[in-house]
Design a protein around this ligand. Structure first.
Ligand code: NA7
Length: 503
């Protein structure tokens, strides 16, 4: 741990996934080293640590799904596998010297602001204090277990994809997969070839855009990028720019959107000739409305002789299988829940108490909200990275996390130079930002009449409805008018000089 000056802000970063690692490296590079990263898992990587199901692949090309500060030339595939991405996070932690800051198996259970600093407790009974808390707790990390009658009494193996157990044998077994999102599609493709029978229970069909997800990145290409870092940086910048086209497609109706939607319809028509099956695979909403699923193998898998698509509603789970509403029994040995997550929990169920004891549940009574994804009224010196309204459906998450972290260093700098002790976003600025978000959501494809995990219980869409340029403009320099800043007088400054984060 680096030595600290009296005004060196002590920081607790919660989470060592994409957001936490981006934040830690950004802070370190900006000269803030007095931080500790608390991670509840046994390793870094966040979703890439927790998710290990067969077939796990990132649906963003690897040359874009990486940190701007840590370009990786030698990805083995154009769309990297989960394990390779997790290894990448471990390598980045190593490369940027984050290991001494990292506390694994440290789940934060509560955090309380006392008017001056934060006290953060972990499940192992440890308590730490810090000037700032950064909640980099991610979005898709609390598995959603459906409330289906009889689930508890099932006699075979049950596993949620986000808690995969390598000991589970699916080869030669009758496997049922519930769910048809990205995960359901990937795991059906992976398990079908060796299962005795693969039955997928799809409550809502999804558009599946054809993409050659298994294609390898040519070795020579990786070598060329490694040999020419300038070229590699250029490729990254071009990829970021090109991803702006995707943002434009989802944000506004245009011929570009229609073209992609036609491609989605073609993907189904071209790969599923059987009219009856095609009909059951055809969604009744626009392509791109839900999180778009990509696959080059799914339709082949579900057409296979040992596969069956069941669109009938599940009535109950029995001790030996699944009974659908039409009274049919589907015998099952292994039941796979590809049923997604509670995506709007963020740092909850952490017991988070801000100014005057306000809890995060009280602050988020009307759903999770944060000014520009990062600041919450009532919670001074606490910021989220990839918090509410993060661009999970449009802009690079790594770009967004790094940008947000750099923005936060502005406050850390002002804390260090003594011009700020506590900083809290105002209610007005947050409400204004939320109004802008609500208005901008209007023409987005997410708002065209489907039910997706993007929607909160309050029927708002928890995504970023602006382009990358707007995001960059919003998160470059804090606007003082949107914040309430306090500064203790010089005497108390000296008395209460920031304590380094307890290790
Ligand atoms: P998703 O996209 O939230 O998909 C969950 C799936 O589970 C979806 O098909 C749901 O059907 C289905 N589901 C949930 N509850 C039930 C019940 N009770 N009965 C039947 N089916 C159910 O999660 P994923 O893990 O696939 O993907 C999450 C993200 O990870 C993905 O978007 C990428 O960003 C990466 P529904 O559509 O609600 O009818």
């Amino acid at each position: 741990m680096a030595t600290t000056s009296p005004r060196d802000p002590s920081i607790i970063i919660v989470g060592a996934g994409v957001a936490g690692v981006a934040t830690a490296v950004t802070f370190k590079r900006a000269g803030f080293e007095n931080f500790v990263i608390l991670e509840k898992g046994a390793d870094v990587g966040g979703v890439w640590f927790w998710n290990r199901y067969p077939g796990l692949t990132c649906d963003v090309p690897s040359q874009l799904y990486q940190f701007g500060f840590a370009p990786k030339a030698d990805w083995s595939r154009i769309w990297a596998s989960g394990p390779e991405i997790q290894r990448y996070h471990r390598d980045v932690v190593e490369q940027f010297g984050l290991a001494p800051h990292l506390r694994l198996d440290s789940e934060v259970t509560d955090a309380r602001f006392d008017g001056r600093a934060w006290t953060v407790g972990t499940a192992d009974g440890h308590t730490r204090t810090a000037d700032f808390v950064i909640a980099a707790t991610g979005v898709l990390h609390h598995p959603f277990i459906p409330d289906i009658p009889g689930l508890d009494g099932f006699g075979g193996e049950v596993v949620h994809t986000a808690r995969w157990d390598d000991a589970i044998e699916t080869r030669g077994k009758r496997v049922a997969v519930i769910g048809s999102g990205s995960t359901g599609v990937q795991i059906v493709s992976a398990l079908q070839p060796e299962a005795a029978k693969l039955t997928q229970f799809a409550r809502t069909p999804q558009w599946v855009l054809w993409a050659p997800m298994g294609v390898r990145q040519p070795r020579l290409f990786g070598k060329a990028l490694a040999a020419a870092p300038a070229l590699h940086n250029l490729l990254y910048d071009v990829s970021l720019w090109a991803s702006g086209i995707l943002a434009d497609i989802v944000l506004r109706p245009s011929w570009r959107r229609r073209l992609v939607q036609r491609f989605a319809r073609w993907s189904l028509r071209a790969q599923v000739r059987d009219k009856a099956l095609r009909e059951r695979l055809t969604p009744d909403y626009e392509p791109l409305c839900k999180r778009q699923v990509l696959s080059g193998t799914y339709y082949r898998a579900i057409r296979a002789d040992n596969a069956e698509l069941v669109t009938e509603r599940i009535a109950e789970i029995t001790s030996s299988g699944i009974r659908t509403a039409d009274g049919r029994e589907h015998p099952v040995d292994v039941l796979v829940l590809a049923t997604g997550f509670h995506p709007h929990n963020y740092m909850r169920p952490m017991n988070l108490r801000g100014r005057d004891g306000i809890t995060i549940d009280e602050a988020w009574e009307k759903g999770p909200m944060a000014y520009r994804m990062t600041a919450i009224p009532g919670f001074p010196n606490l910021f989220t990275v990839l918090g509410p309204n993060s661009p999970t459906g449009s802009i690079s998450l790594q770009y967004s996390a790094e940008l947000t972290a750099r923005y936060l260093t502005r406050w850390l700098e002002r804390f260090r130079d003594g011009s700020v002790d506590t900083v809290e976003v105002t209610e007005e600025a947050t409400a204004r930002f939320n109004d802008e978000v609500a208005e901008a959501m209007g023409p987005t494809v997410w708002n065209t009449g489907c039910n997706s995990w993007y929607f909160t219980d309050n029927n708002t869409i928890d995504l970023w409805p602006f382009d990358r340029k707007t995001m960059t403009a919003m998160l470059t320099e804090p606007d003082d008018r949107d914040y309430r800043v306090t500064r203790r007088d010089a005497t108390s400054d000296q008395a209460a000089a920031a304590a380094p984060a307890e290790q």
